[in-house]
Design a protein around this ligand. Structure first.
Ligand code: IMP
Ligand code: MG
Length: 171
């Protein structure tokens, strides 16, 4: 495994994204982050700790990859949110946007719940793989078409705990 983005660089970028998000919302207004399990949990944990106390959070779980490095294009809801989104400033927090199918699905179902605003933050983006045009408001890093693991991202449930992003060579 080759390191693509090391831990210090990720941490610095996450702090920048947190500051950018804080600037974009009027002072005092609550920001509700929706973390996408499982891949988004590490990014979410670092992002919220770089933000102010006006942040609330919830988690949703979807599955789009069935133990393989190729997207099936099928999105399944595994765990819904605990609370409603009506009237709230919502930000979806995802690990990576690849084909864009997962994010499009999530944006559609969450937008239907009448949030006051809906934005998306993704740690990684692979634009060359996009099948649908999807809006990502905050992107950590744009990467090439390589299968990556670490910092929440897995291959067959492994490597999520790496503090850095690495390229899986034989995936
Ligand atoms: P999309 O629906 O094709 O955009 O895929 C999004 C989901 O696929 C992400 O939330 C990840 O869970 C997974 N995924 C896409 N690319 C990678 C990768 O390079 N490594 C690990 N998981 C990935
Ligand atoms: Mg994911």
């Amino acid at each position: 495994m080759d390191i693509l983005i090391d831990s210090e660089i990720i941490q610095a970028r996450v702090r920048e994204l947190a500051a950018e998000i804080e600037r974009d919302y009027p002072a005092g207004e609550e920001i509700h982050l929706v973390g996408v399990l499982k891949g988004g949990f590490v990014f979410m944990a670092d992002l919220v700790r770089a933000m102010s106390a006006r942040v609330t959070m919830d988690f949703i779980a979807v599955s789009s990859y069935a133990q393989s490095t190729r997207s099936s294009g099928e999105v399944r809801m595994l765990k819904d949110l605990d609370s409603g989104l009506e009237g709230r400033h919502v930000i979806i927090v995802e690990d990576i946007v690849d084909t864009g199918l997962t994010l499009t699905y999530l944006q559609d179902i969450l937008r239907a719940r009448s949030p006051r605003s809906l934005k998306t933050a993704c740690l990684l983006s692979k634009p060359s793989r996009r099948l649908v045009d999807v809006t990502v408001d905050y992107t950590g890093f744009t990467i090439e078409d390589k299968f990556v693991v670490g910092y929440g991202l897995d291959y067959a449930e492994k490597y999520r705990n790496l503090a850095y992003i690495a390229v899986l060579n034989n995936g």
